[in-house]
Design a protein around this ligand. Sequence first.
Ligand SMILES: Nc1ncnc2c1ncn2[C@@H]1O[C@H](COP(=O)(O)OP(=O)(O)OP(=O)(O)O)[C@@H](O)[C@H]1O
Ligand SMILES: [Mg+2]
Length: 306
Amino acid sequence: MTTTASLPTSIDATLSLLQSQGYVADRALATVLFLALRMKRPLLLEGEAGTGKTEIAKVLASGLGRRLIRLQCYEGLDLASAVYEWNYAGQMMAIRLAEAGGIAGDRERLESDLFSERYLVKRPLLQALEPQEGGAPILLIDELDRTDEAFEAFLLEVLADAQVTIPELGTIKAAEPPIVILTSNRTREIHDALKRRCLYHWVGYPDAARELAILKAKAPGAPAKLAKQIVSFVQAIRKEELFKAPGVAETLDWASALVELDAVALDPAIVSDTLGALLKYQDDIQAMQGSKVGELLDQAKQAARG
Ligand SMILES: Nc1ncnc2c1ncn2[C@@H]1O[C@H](COP(=O)(O)OP(=O)(O)OP(=O)(O)O)[C@@H](O)[C@H]1O
Ligand SMILES: [Mg+2]
């Protein structure tokens, strides 16, 4: 559903906007998001994998009824994939047709036609500068840490001026700059110059109460007792020495797996059989098998009762 809503006018309104889209935020996140919207600053979200960074941009777009434009970053991302490129095949065809039609003589007209919007392939950054129905779009620049520093420097320029220059066409400037959300898994540090432009928030693992609320919102099929035990177990396992601790995404996956198996409560056998939904490294799974599962389960059940 896309209905256009105006920007939230308070932290509480921001919280309920997120809540209305099934996103359970804590106050610190709602505050920084509210400020980013008010101050028209990009928001840089860093944090562990699967903690709901990407999801924030998605729910913001659906909650505000704005278009979501996503730039997925990767090593080697270049301007042709991020901003624009010319439709070379289309241009070649136009030249051939002009030649065949004997109108190739009008070179100037042909050239200006070849480098017009007609043959311009707009990539996410350029799309984000164009007016959209419902207001400025949400521009999600996802996993920025995967690109190189040269791209980051270019991005900084685009964000600062909300414009890009295409030599053959001129400068395209956004009438209303996009709402920008950047995410990073921190495989490398984002440059200070970019950070300076942004508001920053670290998205950590949720505490037990919030994780339970997330579970209720996203996996309503899980019986209440099971949900509590799942959360307590995940909270306990995150305290262990693991190569990769489970994120919220894994908690939700695990809950779905357990519901599929008609579990109503955790026991050592079912936990051992389904650990693969929670832990994704064989070393971690091995370390948690056997008596360790029982130990964590006792802890979790005690916490779930309390
Ligand atoms: N606070 C939350 N409220 C509701 N759902 C959440 C929340 N946090 C995470 N989720 C759910 O967890 C899943 C993973 O979230 P998401 O993909 O946004 O994580 P991420 O931080 O971007 O991870 P990665 O770093 O791996 O890209 C999604 O299905 C999302 O709906
Ligand atoms: Mg993500």
